[in-house]
Design a protein around this ligand. Structure first.
Ligand code: NAD
Ligand code: SER
Length: 312
């Protein structure tokens, strides 16, 4: 049975991943950590520890104390927050990854590190964006993601560490709110649609980005770490996507269920310029070929499920 440690587990992804891993591998085998204290639904369901992932010796002690063989490293600063404080994004994203990779090298752990569509930049082909292509991001977040991908591949080729990752698109979920990203509008819109019947979007109406519903993202996280290493040509990191949305197209999907729903726009120039530098549609055929990636939710199915959960 795997012995797992999750960093940054209190966020949008971790709040879904921790219960899934505890179900799959046994609660006692999954040490959930975050820099802040989390609620009883997390801390009473299995082992929990407050852990600053930038503190290399604390990370090493936690991994060794739990006898972890796998680390899901989720702690990070996201794109919009990162543009407000680029120094913080660099420090948190890079020093936490270095801490995790170093202990993984010493303790022979496997490491999952999420990359992002934010690793691409304005010079990248936008539609489709190939698996292997130009990566010159225009944000500090993206710079940390490209550097992180390279560092993870380096630890694999140089030290044999089993590092794996995916480039997530914008993730849509209920539960823990998103943590300061450019794609947060695609979550906010559901909350405002179900509570107020209207939403003011911070991106323009035709801004197209890749998106994915969280249950598919959790399947990707588990699927890549369970994948047969013999089949992996790539490692850090695989393009994965499930749908392409614009504010206009998602509003139309919501209007099928809430006919009076209205959307208007108050464009935030910082987040708009980040979105404009990202792909319109990424090509995830390498993930499909190398570890059978296949999402279950399209925009219609995701909208039904989101509204059902938020209304209930
Ligand atoms: P989030 O902002 O919701 O959660 C991040 C968590 O990290 C928070 O609980 C925060 O308390 C914690 N954290 C921050 N600094 C920390 C530190 N120094 N030590 C330990 N924990 C710390 O982020 P998320 O959406 O869950 O994203 C997790 C990972 O997935 C990140 O690497 C992010 O870049 C990546 N990702 C997310 C998305 C998305 O749409 N959510 C898309 C692509 C990639
Ligand atoms: N959802 C993330 C963000 O917008 C993409 O990595 O920052």
């Amino acid at each position: 049975m795997k012995r797992i440690l999750i960093t940054g587990a209190g966020g949008q992804i971790g709040s879904w991943l921790a219960p899934r891993l505890r179900d799959l591998y046994g609660a006692a085998n999954v040490l959930v950590t975050d820099v802040r204290h989390l609620g009883p639904e997390v801390t009473e369901a299995g082992p929990f520890q407050v852990l600053d992932a930038t503190d290399a010796s604390a990370v090493a002690q936690a991994v060794m104390g739990h006898q972890a063989d796998t680390v899901y490293h989720l702690a990070a600063i996201l794109s919009a927050t990162g543009e407000n404080d680029p120094g913080l994004a660099w420090r948190v994203n890079m020093s936490s990854l270095e801490a995790v990779l170093e202990v993984a090298r010493e303790q022979a752990c496997a490491v999952f590190t999420p990359s992002s569509i934010g690793a691409f930049g304005p010079d990248t082909p936008k539609d489709p964006t190939p698996q292997d292509t130009i990566m010159r991001p225009a944000t500090m977040y993206g710079i940390t993601k490209v550097a992180g991908e390279l560092l993870c591949d380096y630890y694999h080729t140089r030290y044999g560490v089993d590092t794996r990752g995916v480039r997530f698109p914008g993730l849509i979920s209920y539960g823990a709110p998103p943590g300061g990203g450019t794609t947060d509008w695609a979550v906010d819109i559901f909350y405002k649609a179900s509570s107020a019947g209207r939403y003011t979007c911070f991106l323009g109406p035709e801004s197209q980005l890749d998106m994915m519903y969280m249950p598919d993202a959790i399947d990707a996280l588990v699927g890549i770490m369970e994948a047969d290493p013999e089949r992996l040509v790539h490692r850090n990191a695989f393009n994965v996507t499930a749908m392409q949305l614009t504010p206009t197209s998602l509003a139309a999907e919501i209007q099928k269920h809430i006919p009076d729903f209205e959307i208007d726009y108050d464009v935030d120039p910082v987040r708009q310029s980040i979105a404009d530098s990202w792909p319109d549609r990424i090509d995830d055929s390498a993930a499909r070929e190398e570890w059978d990636w296949s999402p279950s939710f399209d925009a219609a199915a995701m909208t039904v499920d989101m509204l059902e959960h938020l209304t209930n």
